[in-house]
Structure formats: C-alpha cells, structure tokens
Write a protein that binds this ligand. Structure first.
Ligand code: S5P
Length: 472
C-alpha cells in the first residue's frame, strides 16, 4: 500500500491535483496548499488506481449494501468503485427536485441498508455530515466514510464525534512527506504547510438538527432563559454581565496563595475552580474567605473533584468528610463512567442543602490519549438529557447543541502547546470556535509573572472570540 500511495501522490502532483501557492478556499480562507481532484476524470488510469486503493480501505467490510459518493468530485470515484465491487450506488442530491418525485436520495435501497460514503477531501467534514444526515433520515445505516485526503483541520474529529468511522488514504502531512521524498516540493514548502495546518482549525460541525436553536449562535443572556439547571442560568447571566468566559484553575497548594490570586482575579472571572485535595492547609476559614470573595465579585466556585464512584460513595464524598464539598461548592465535576447512579448519589447529598447546585460532566478530556471517545461521549450527553442537576459538559468540542447547557473547555493557553505530562493546549480563539463557553486557564495564569495582565489578556481574547462567534 505504501508504495502505491507514494506513486499515486506523485501522479496527483503531476496532474496538478495538488497545488502550492496562495489560494482562497470556497469558504474564503487563505491556504498555501490546494487539493483539487476534479480533473482526475481526465486521467482514467489514475481514476481507476485511486478508486481501487480507496476501496481497499474497506476490504474487511463484507456487509456494505450501498455506496454513496458526495457530489461532485467523489461521484466518478464512487461510480468506479460501485462497478468494480458490484455494490449499488446512491447519489444524494444537493437540493430536492422541485418536480416529479422530490427525492433527495437517488438509487434503490431499503430501510437499514448499510452505506459507506466516498469523499475526496475533508476539511471541516460538513459535506460528509450533511450527506450522513440525509441518508440517516431515509433510514440508511451509515457506518463509514472513505476519504482520499484528510486535511487535518478538525474534520476527522467532527465526523467521528458524530459516530461515523473515517478512513483516509492520505493526511496532508503524509502527502507532503511523500512529495518531499520524491523531491517534488522543498522542505520550506512542507514547513509552510505544517505551520498553516497547526494554525488553521476548521469550525466544529455536528449532525445536529438545523432547525434547533443554535448554541453557538445565541448570546449568553438569551441562553440563560433556556437553561433548566438554575446554576446554568445564573452562570450564563453573570458571564453576559461581567463579559467574561474565564474559569480560573487556581491549582495552588497554599490556601493563602489561592485567596491572594482570587482577590486579583475575582472581578474578571466567571468561575474559580479549585482542587480542594491539593491544598495543604485546608480549613473552613479559607472556604469562608472564598465565599465572601465570590459574593463580592460575583463568580461561582467549582470544586473539580471529578467524582467517579457508585451513587452511595459519591453521596458520602460530596456531603461528608473533611471538606463537606456540598456545603460550599456551587459547581462540581463528575465522571459519567458509573452511569446514571452517580447523579442520583450526588442529588442525595443535597437533601439538606438549600442553595442551587450544578454538575459538569467530564464528557471529553483534554489529555493526550484520553479514553473519552465516541460512544462514551454519546452516552454522557444522553445522561444530561434526563437530569436537572447538569450545568454543562467538560469537553473539547461542540458535541452538543442544547443552548441551556454550558461547554467548559480546559487546556487553554495563549500559545498552542503541551506540558510534559500529557496536557494539550489550544489558544482562546481555537477553543471558542470549537464551542467553549467557559475556558479553563490554570498555569497560563498561575505561572505568569504578571498575573493581572495575563488574566486580562485571556478575558479579552476569549470575549472577542465569542463576539465573533455569535456575529459570524
Ligand atoms: O479534561 C480535562 C478536565 C479538566 S477539569 N483537562 C483538564 O486539564 N482539566 C482541569 O483543568 C485540570 O484538572 C486543571 O485543573 C485545569 C487545567 O490546568 P492547566 O494548568 O493545564 O491550564
């Protein structure tokens, strides 16, 4: 396969299907590399070769009933695959016909038929997701997308988050490596493309219903009216009034240091997040001081306890022990791994608490290799539908559409980076365009020599990105 892919990469370069320079994509973005596979119909040998190699990716799938190409570039490829494999093909119209049958999907199929999608290039994945939605609406079971080029700009994640497997012949970086090896491009061009890819992430796309109110398009004040959990409503309101999306992770081990930092940060944050079990001199006076500051500056306190046990145990952990978290933490975090029982357990601990409380489910983690994937994410999202205790989800991308829930995204720094222990960072602009309503910043602020100026930088950059998100 590797040898074939190298040869094919050179073919594509020779026929100008991959070009380098200054281009503008169909959505108006600048790019130094343009992949345009439309002209392969002028080269039947290459068309046959590419179709054969692409279909080889699905060789283990014996029970494919239908193949559907995404118009237009992938249609001839899908046709060749259909003819060669003797599997029927479907075509999804871009618009339903205004006359005759008004069918969106052309071809012959029955409910429950499994269908594989064929696409040429994936950037945000939106074309595939639109195709999946229409096929699913017709009762087809879409399992997989076979793609020639993954531009590595977030499309794969968008597609996989919607429960569709994606396999690609090339990532853009692999293609660049093959072309460099064949001396078709210079190391400088490869570098330009690499830098471009690291700085240009496509917006997050989902399979969501187009008619539903769009979480990412509504402002926080509007969304507060749609929230079921009272703390989600309160939080969205105070974010709107204080013009901040900042959740400060005060991961410090001395109570006084946390108080000192909170005194500076209080007016500019929506949430102060702590890990109470790392504080070496924890005592209730510390909690009283924090509470006073939270009232004075109108922010909420989150204990990032990441509860993750059976209902009975979490109930005790939340209410009892040294920390008595339920008494003072407006918000907590919990892993959905034990199932719905964890929410019953947490609720049980609130029997004697008069104030409102909220839970953020840890639906998707920021660390490298996190096991929070596909089905886990889906199940976690489903849990939040049945509970008024859920304020939102801790996650990395726009995986839910309910405007009354809040997306809290950790792993935020002014420059894209990682730490030595698996944490991965994105910039404020990237996380907000990926759906973050609250951005968790820890060491980006706690390790800064000039804390107030870092706090203000994060606050203003996040808010500008949010304004841009709701207006664009
Ligand atoms: O997936 C996650 C979930 C959380 S709550 N990744 C995270 O990093 N967090 C928390 O966010 C983590 O426990 C820490 O308190 C904060 C990130 O801190 P930073 O110093 O890396 O910004």
């Amino acid at each position: 396969m590797d040898k074939q892919l190298k040869e094919l990469a050179i073919d594509l370069f020779e026929i100008n299907a991959v070009k380098f320079g200054d281009f503008v994509t169909k959505v108006g973005l600048k790019t130094p590399v343009y992949v345009d596979l439309r002209m392969i119909i002028a080269y039947p040998k290459i068309l046959r070769k590419i179709s054969k190699i692409l279909w080889a990716l699905a060789e283990d799938d014996k029970d494919v009933d239908q193949i559907c190409g995404v118009p237009y570039t992938a249609l001839p490829i899908a046709s060749v695959i259909s003819v060669e494999s003797d599997i029927p093909m479907l075509i999804r119209r871009k618009e339903a016909k205004a006359y005759g049958t008004k069918k969106l999907i052309e071809g012959s199929f029955k409910q429950g038929d499994t269908c594989v999608i064929i696409e040429d290039v994936v950037t945000s994945g939106s074309s595939i997701l639109e195709t999946v939605r229409d096929l699913q609406n017709e009762g087809l079971n879409v399992t997989k997308a076979l793609v020639i080029m993954d531009r590595q700009q977030g499309g794969r994640k968008n597609i996989e988050n919607s429960g569709i497997q994606m396999q690609s012949l090339y990532t853009l970086s692999q293609l660049m490596d093959y072309l460099l090896e064949a001396k078709k491009v210079t190391a400088e061009t490869v570098q330009t493309v690499t830098t471009y890819l690291s700085e240009n992430v496509a917006p997050v796309k989902t399979l969501e219903d187009e008619s539903a109110p769009k979480r990412l398009k509504l402002d926080f004040a509007e969304r507060s009216k749609l929230a079921i959990n009272p703390l989600a409503a309160k939080l969205l309101n105070l974010m709107s009034q204080k013009e901040t999306m900042l959740c400060l992770a005060a991961d410090l081990t001395s109570a006084q240091d946390i108080i000192d930092l909170t005194e500076i940060a209080g007016p500019h944050i929506a949430v102060l997040k702590i890990h109470v079990d790392i504080i070496e001199d924890f005592n209730q006076t510390f909690i009283q001081k924090l509470k006073q500051l939270s009232e004075k500056h109108r922010f909420l306190i989150m204990e990032d306890r990441k509860f993750g046990d059976i209902g009975n145990t979490v109930s005790l952990q939340y209410e009892k022990g040294l920390y008595k978290i339920a008494e003072w933490a407006d918000l907590i975090t919990a892993h959905p791994v034990p199932g719905a029982g964890i929410l019953d357990g947490l609720k049980n601990a609130l029997k004697n608490i008069s104030g409102d409380r909220g839970v953020f489910l840890i639906t998707e983690m920021s660390s490298q290799g996190a096991l929070t994937r596909e089905n886990y994410i889906k199940e976690s999202l489903a849990l939040s539908k049945d509970s008024d205790l859920i304020t939102g989800h801790v996650c990395q991308s726009n995986i839910f559409s309910d405007p009354g829930l809040i997306q809290l995204t950790p792993g935020v720094k002014l420059a894209k980076a990682s730490d030595a222990l698996g944490q991965q960072y994105n910039t404020p602009e990237v996380v907000v365009s990926a759906g973050a309503d609250l951005a968790v910043v820890g060491r980006g602020i706690t390790e800064s020599p000039d804390k107030i100026s870092s706090i203000l930088k994060y606050k203003t950059q996040l808010w500008a990105a949010y304004k841009n998100r709701i207006s664009s």
